[in-house]
Ligand binder design. Structure first.
Ligand code: TXA
Ligand code: MG
Length: 309
């Protein structure tokens, strides 16, 4: 506890000096900087080698803080009350007088926002005088990090501090819901599509358009471990890493299990961690067993399909 307090103080100091740091969230770790500062947010793009046209997600502590920067509506409030703080992001209309740096939005009049649930990061946000812009803390198009060590893996000494919050409990990015016009899911993620759809009244049913890229960062190649991935495989090649949804009794060096008993939530949590281990073990290719396309299986398949492109 004492340690946490001193780490939050350290984090605050770096952030107040326009530095980028790694922060834990329940989804994945973020590369965070003061969202009101041009200088700080520019560093995020440089470190991640992220194209400037890809806008950033901003993390808030409270609804009151958010209201300074964005317009909110009825649908937002319903989802906020049900799921926040938690693994969901919203696209909202930006207020013209907001202090958000233009680097964050890239001239868009909308803003992606989120209220992370991770306790350490909530405590950090609470003491800051500004919200945090924080995309996932990986180099552009690579696998998102789910621990402090993963962040260090990505950036080495290029970032001076990572707030250690243990392994991310959800393990995949937030679900993004656009509330501009009719509600739409732009990215599948840490909350199942059905729980969001169920929650909104029928006429506002959220749509998830698989083909159209609506979030600029949702390009085809993404979350890539940098080696070929083959999906829906029954029999892997002998030297190939094989990802299975459920533990098997046989032990093989190249077998990697996402969950003990075919639990899709547990599998999603272990996905990025497993891909990173496989990459570190220098396998030349990956085969993946068929993953049921329901609930969190949809999120897992979405990421695997992008990683396999
Ligand atoms: O769980 C998460 O959302 C993590 C943690 C760190 O909070 N963050 C994250 O950020 O995944 P990032 O930048 O890796 O993904 C955010 C996605 C990108 O695809 C980006 O293009 C999209 O959100 N996005 C950002 N602003 C947007 C906007 N105004 N309209 C549409 N899409 C937007
Ligand atoms: Mg990302």
């Amino acid at each position: 506890m004492k340690n946490n307090l001193s780490n939050i103080k350290k984090a605050t100091k770096y952030l107040n000096n326009d530095q980028c740091i790694g922060i834990p969230t329940e989804t994945v770790y973020g590369l965070a900087a003061n969202a009101y500062s041009d200088k700080a947010t520019l560093k995020i793009y440089k470190l991640k080698k992220r194209p400037k046209k890809n806008p950033l997600i901003v993390h808030y502590y409270s609804l009151n803080d958010l209201k300074k920067d964005c317009f909110i509506d009825f649908n937002f409030l319903k989802l906020y009350k049900k799921f926040c703080p938690g693994p969901i992001s919203f696209i909202l209309k930006l207020k013209p007088n907001s202090c958000i740096s233009s680097n964050v939005t890239n001239k868009k009049k909308t803003l992606a926002v989120r209220f992370p649930r991770h306790k350490l990061t909530r405590n950090l946000l609470k003491v800051l005088k500004y919200p945090l812009a924080a995309p996932s803390a990986n180099l552009s198009k690579q696998i998102s990090p789910v621990s402090k060590n993963d962040v260090i893996d990505e950036f080495g000494k290029k970032i001076k501090f990572v707030l250690d919050g243990g392994q991310s409990k959800v393990g995949v990015e937030s679900t993004i819901v656009s509330l501009i016009g009719k509600p739409k899911i732009l990215r599948l993620g840490g909350i199942e599509r059905k729980s969001i759809e169920k929650f909104l009244i029928n006429k506002n049913k959220v749509k998830f358009k698989k083909k159209k890229i609506v979030a600029p960062g949702q390009g085809k190649i993404h979350y890539s471990p940098g080696i070929p991935i083959r999906l829906n495989i029954k029999h892997p090649k002998s030297k190939e890493a094989f990802i299975l949804i459920k533990e098997r009794k046989v032990y093989k060096k190249n077998f990697f299990y996402l969950s003990k008993k075919k639990n899709l939530k547990e599998a999603a949590k272990n996905l990025y961690k497993t891909l990173r281990i496989i990459k570190k073990n220098k396998f030349k290719s990956i085969a993946v067993e068929k993953i049921p396309n329901i609930g969190f299986g949809e999120t897992i398949n979405d990421r695997l399909i992008r990683a396999s492109k």
